[in-house]
Write a protein that binds this ligand. Structure first.
Ligand code: ADP
Length: 250
């Protein structure tokens, strides 16, 4: 390749980078606007439900509750989209790495999701090891997103009265390995390779009455890899799925 061709290639590269940044800004601005409207709607419905605007009938309450839940799911989808958009364009250099206590993140997240798991009749069991787990080198907020996405999926795709087991250990390569195992729907063999693709959802998940966008695992994989870690899963026919990820020790 001669100098002229290299220069052209660089210019083209820069043009594409700028185009990508503009598109990402459009997504971000639109998603924020949609979220603002959805949030306003959420509080209006809540005022009705709380009786702030007068007494409502049982039937009205039923319908309003459905509207409230559906609106909430849309807010979650927009949040997923915003996160994916943000993560996609953030390189490892923009991460703030510090010493992070993964056990603390797990315990706090279990607490945060206790309401959701209770509503779904699911028990979360943290198999906390006796030995001290060393801190990891991580961007705290992003690694929290990783764990919470896996936990949320485990709850969403579990059967009623299911159990979720969370494990943590130091592996042979000086990484912390976290696992989230559930007793829910399987990921069948032919779909395994597509799980981390953006917007992909298995037919089994689509049949279940839960809302998803197929962005979570795509985002989670990017974050884990930007930490120098790995993410993978096992899924047993008809019963359980376990997701694992590793993060280097500080
Ligand atoms: P979604 O918003 O659909 O949950 P994700 O990107 O988090 O999106 O997950 C992608 C797909 O992977 C899900 O739609 C589901 O088909 C499958 N999946 C993720 N976690 C699990 C799990 N714990 N058990 C079974 N299937 C799962």
């Amino acid at each position: 390749m001669n100098e002229e061709e290299i220069k052209k290639l660089k210019e083209e590269n820069e043009r594409l980078r700028q185009l990508c940044a503009i598109k990402s800004d459009i997504i971000s601005i639109s998603a924020h606007q949609i979220r603002t409207s959805l949030s306003a709607l959420k509080w209006i419905i809540k005022m009705f439900l709380d009786g702030d605007l007068g007494k409502i009938t049982f039937e009205q309450e039923n319908l309003l509750r459905k509207a409230y839940e559906s609106n909430d799911r849309s807010i979650n989808t927009v949040n997923d989209l915003l996160l994916a958009n943000k993560t996609e364009n953030v390189t490892e250099k923009e991460y703030i790495f510090e010493s992070v206590n993964m056990v603390e993140i797990i315990e706090k997240s279990i607490f945060d999701f206790s309401g959701e798991s209770y509503n779904n009749g699911i028990e979360i069991i943290f198999l906390k090891p006796n030995e001290k787990i060393q801190e990891v080198k991580a961007d705290k907020e992003k690694i929290r997103v990783v764990f919470q996405n896996l936990l949320e999926n485990a709850i969403k795709y579990s059967n009623y009265h299911g159990k979720i087991f969370i494990g943590i250990r130091m592996n042979e390569e000086n990484f912390i390995e976290v696992s989230v195992k559930d007793t829910g729907i399987e990921i069948s063999e032919e779909n395994k390779s597509k799980i981390f693709e953006k917007f992909y959802r298995t037919p089994e998940a689509q049949k279940k009455e839960v809302v998803g966008s197929g962005i979570g695992l795509f985002t989670v994989k990017k974050i884990v890899e930007n930490h120098g870690g790995k993410i993978w899963f096992n899924s047993e026919k008809g019963s359980s799925t376990t997701f694992f990820f590793t993060i280097p020790i500080f």
